[in-house]
Ligand binder design. Structure first.
Ligand code: URP
Ligand code: ZN
Ligand code: ZN
Ligand code: ZN
Length: 492
């Protein structure tokens, strides 16, 4: 099967230009003009449309066992949401069981995803305990399974949280293996103290959640992880940076020359903390995630750090629970499963609040939704660019088509959407994954019929291996040579 995308504007992270795109055998065969195509090639007229690399979601939790239940979007609904919304790739997190092995966890996660996902994907691997076995297993995870990023939680005490001693050891191991370290940065002990204080004061509803874990808990943990990574001299990626304090820490570290990156979530960029104070429990609980949505000035700070490159990527932390699930914490906010959606709406939210406000250019949109993730996680140029030889994971956007986000029209398994009612003035109208047209959005009078796209999905999503010692390691060796302590030989 071959496809020619004709008369559109190709947008890559470095430039946008008029060109046709010829797709054949799952790859981009040619980008240019007057391309000679084979007979029976499907021609798609893209006049007035933008042809962009499919978005990459670097942070999702599909069907994850968590807080007494499991997240309700799995690999089927999750990958469908991604494709409908303009993403063609996601990276999910493997979480080992307590005292369990990373290898077993990898097998379990692969077993669920392969043959279920409609689009390509990869995994990060979480490390929640430390021993000799972990140390050994990490090598298999990297060199055999093709996973080059490990995640550490500094929050969720008693469950996933790790102590600084583990961080130091595990960061060193990551460095030996050429892997990227990732952290969920909130001070876990302070969170527990803050939560108990809320309960003592009689604040048991969802409004206790943000008040028990303020921004400086995140600022502290972000800075701590950065300093440990600086000591080890290993690349660090801070997931879901939600506040100015944390972003400023990353900015400072970058200015001092450290190899570090920050990720912003569409949710944290779009929403403030007002939802937690809604009188309806289900609505307020729907926003419970960690780190929480923050007071207004933080969204402005996140956008400015995304604009100036301190934050490199956008993700979703897609981890969804139904109203019924969230009611597990009806009398105690500490028991509300933490997590919100976004996998379907992130590209639209970034386009609306970023491109349509003039905060970022179309090329910046491609950088922060796709290319930067591809580079940091070592998927580039297989993913993240429209160029000859790259995977044909492509989305066609129409800037004239509108839609309104709603849980009534989304493709998630849950009955809540944090972006409910948001008006979007641009729409992904066609998604191409693995070189096939898999989604066509119907449009009536300039409005997307979002809940009824024409779908041609197959469960052929491939696990994509990612090699260690990617471009993020380029500076590490030289920094080591310059950082290491010097010894002076003296005669007496
Ligand atoms: O509340 C959240 N973010 N749930 C998912 C797990 C995590 O912290 O990333
Ligand atoms: Zn997290
Ligand atoms: Zn700053
Ligand atoms: Zn997460």
């Amino acid at each position: 099967m071959s496809i020619l995308l004709k008369n559109g504007t190709v947008v890559n992270s470095d430039r946008k230009f008029k060109a046709d795109v010829y797709i054949k055998g799952g790859l981009i065969e040619e980008v240019g003009t007057d391309i000679v195509v084979e007979q029976n090639c499907t021609i798609v007229d893209c006049t007035g449309k933008f042809i962009v690399p499919g978005a990459i979601d670097p942070h999702v939790h599909l069907e994850m066992p968590f807080m007494g239940t499991f997240s309700k979007d799995g690999y089927e609904s999750g990958s469908k949401m991604a494709l409908v919304g303009g993403s063609t790739f996601y990276i999910d997190f493997i979480v080992p069981k307590k005292n369990g092995s990373l290898i077993e966890a990898y097998k379990e996660w692969s077993g669920r995803a392969l043959g279920t996902s409609y689009c390509d994907f990869s995994f990060h691997c979480c490390v929640t305990e430390w021993n000799e076995k972990r140390h050994e297993e990490m090598e298999t995870i990297v060199n055999e399974f093709g996973i080059n990023s490990f995640k550490f939680f500094l929050a969720y005490k008693g469950a996933l949280m790790v102590e600084d001693e583990l961080l130091v050891k595990a960061f060193k191991r990551c460095k030996e293996l050429g892997a990227l370290c990732q952290v969920h940065a909130e001070h876990g002990d302070l969170v527990v103290a803050g939560q108990n204080e809320m309960i003592k004061k009689g604040i048991k509803g969802p409004e206790g959640h943000p008040q028990s874990r303020p921004d400086f808990f995140e600022g502290e943990a972000t800075n701590r992880a950065l300093q440990i990574a600086r000591h080890v001299n290993v690349p660090l990626y801070v997931v879901h940076v939600s506040c100015k304090l944390a972003a400023d820490s990353i900015e400072r570290a970058q200015k001092e020359g450290q190899v570090c990156f920050g990720e912003a979530l569409a949710g944290h960029l779009a929403k403030d903390d007002s939802g937690y104070y809604n009188e309806d429990f289900d609505t307020a609980a729907g926003f419970v995630m960690s780190p929480p949505f923050r007071p207004k000035f933080n969204q402005k700070a996140l956008w400015s750090h995304l604009q100036n490159g301190v934050l490199s990527t956008t993700g979703t932390d897609h981890c969804t629970f139904t109203k019924k699930d969230k009611r597990m914490g009806i009398n105690d906010f500490r028991k509300i499963p933490n997590g919100c959606g976004g996998m379907e709406d992130r590209p639209s939210v970034i386009w609306e609040l970023g491109v349509n406000t003039g905060r970022i250019s179309l090329s910046d949109f491609v950088s922060v939704t796709s290319t930067n993730s591809a580079k940091i996680f070592n998927l580039y140029p297989q993913k993240g660019v429209i160029a000859k030889g790259s995977d044909a994971d492509i989305v066609i956007w129409d800037p004239e088509v509108k839609r309104t986000i709603s849980h009534e029209t989304h493709h998630s398994n849950i009955d809540f959407n944090v972006f409910e009612g948001m008006k979007i003035n641009a729409c992904p109208i066609m998604t191409i994954s693995q070189g096939k047209i898999v989604v066509r959005t119907k449009v009536v009078d300039g409005v997307a019929v979002w809940d009824k796209p024409e779908l041609n999905l197959e469960k052929t999503g491939r696990f994509v291996k990612r090699k260690p010692f990617g471009p993020i390691y380029d500076r590490i060796k030289k920094l080591d040579e310059n950082l290491y302590p010097k010894k002076i030989e003296r005669e007496n």
